[in-house]
Write a new protein. Sequence first.
Length: 128
Amino acid sequence: MTYRKPLLAIVTTGSMLLAGSLLAQDQPAPMSAPPPAPTASMPASSPGAVTSSAQMQTPQGQLTVKSTVPPVVAGPAPSFEELSGGSRYITADQATAYPLLANDFAFVDKAKTGHITKAEYERWLSTK
């Protein structure tokens, strides 16, 4: 009777696997009415804007997604003194005053100190 415990374990495991597979059977979802189609159209994109579209197949039919990213008009770069407020470095909060610098903040901060020195800022300006 030494085989009783392993046999009981195998039968229990098999029963649980069978019960789990029966419970996990796919059942069709109830069909609901499709949402009404949007009637608004996208405005014409401005010159220099990046436009993309993608088409996907859904259960309700084909879906076309269109997106437009407007160009960033940041103007000329401000001086280091303007951005830093007279300090020795530019913080991430101060960098938001110039969107291009805020976007590149992690790249410009080569030393990963959380702020940008005058040398780092000037190096970044020369590569723009």
